[in-house]
Design a protein around this ligand. Sequence first.
Ligand code: TMP
Length: 253
Amino acid sequence: MAKRRRIYEGRAKDIYEGPEPGTLVQHFKDDASAFNNTKRGTITGKGVINNRISEFLMSRLQEIGVPNHFIRRLNMREQLVREVEIIPIGVVIRNVVAGSMAKRLGIKEGTQLPRSIAEYYWKNQELGNPLVSEEHITAFGWAMPQDIDDMLSLSLRINDFLTGLFLGVGMRLIDFKLEFGRYYDENGDMRVILADEISPDNCRLWDSTTSEKLDMDRFREDLGEAAEAYQEVARRLGVLPDGGELNGPRMVQ
Ligand code: TMP
């Protein structure tokens, strides 16, 4: 088989040229990083699990009409996606205070927010992905006002859907980060669609009964049993790869 061309090498994912024009292959790795790459490690099996979890969540989102780049899973660690022009803004939606918001504003982690809050981060690793406002985004031309409207309305819709989905299997969606891209269809019309991945790498998920952390914070905060936490999320969603069968989410009371 001809060697594929690698387009991007990240800590958690590599991106390769896809088999057809306009497609890419996302390869999920076990490598983990935190605090702008200053902390590094691996979570065994994370790539395989995130490939499955992201496949599951992107597919469910497509079913409710949230456009995204996912086409199909190719193998244990890879999925075929549509090529998009990535908008250099990470959109974080927060339902409960945690992470950098707790630190920046001095508010206790776990405080329920009166409403979901959206934040924008400029994707610039050298500067540590700084928090920016809508005005920064439009003034510096990172996205147009219409792109921001599209990203925000899709993010809030995704938040409502995922909050319910995770709650149904015993987890609270505390916050998450999304990335979007511009996709040009066959008529040349542009649409903003969801890209990247949705997994415990970029979501905070707490057990709804015990508040146990079931996400990347287990690695960031040295809580141990990170691999087990990722497996638990996959198991609750019914997408554990080794079980063979994909049963879908098992509701909890
Ligand atoms: P934060 O509280 O550290 O700002 O993170 C908010 C959310 O964004 C959290 O669910 C983790 C996610 N996130 C990423 O996916 N990548 C990152 O580089 C960072 C800093 C956060």
